[in-house]
Design a protein around this ligand. Sequence first.
Ligand code: 5GP
Ligand code: ZN
Length: 172
Amino acid sequence: MEQKCIFCAIASRQIPANVIYEDEKVLGFLDINPLTEGHTLVIPKHHVENVFDISEEDLKHISAVAQRIADKMREAINAEGVDLFQASGQAADQQVPHFHLHVIPRKTGDQLSLHEWWVSQIKKVEPEKLNELARKLATEEIKEVIKSEEKPKPKERSKEDVYWIKRATQLT
Ligand code: 5GP
Ligand code: ZN
């Protein structure tokens, strides 16, 4: 049977991999070029490309499997934490066009300088730009909340106003 891609070939066991998890729908295997020891990829066995075309059900299942693998990493190789990473689309630097969730075990001082890299990439953003982006990305429900917050609120009375209102009512 002709395979669409390298991960389909791994899923159907046409090419070898160090499999650490398998069920009817999902396979977990060690990444051939790991960022840390134990770096694992979790894939659906059937070919879907990325987050835009995987079903919600399959995504939930893969997340649950990743959680089990993360637990196993803590127990079996003393991982202190994990990074979960998923690239979807060429622009996002996805290299293999078959959905895969990276589960990367982490230990203090493991030399994977993700945080340093992250900090080096932070871009400056003005609050107005953040507001504009939030308006564009918000769900319909949240858009309603934003709109209601933007409505001008009744002006609060100052202490002075209250004093004069009291005076006026006492005089009448
Ligand atoms: P991406 O950059 O698409 O998120 O990650 C692709 C990952 O697949 C890389 O970390 C790469 O090392 C891994 N990979 C690519 N080809 C193979 C392979 O044939 N076997 C295994 N085990 N991993 C692979
Ligand atoms: Zn595939």
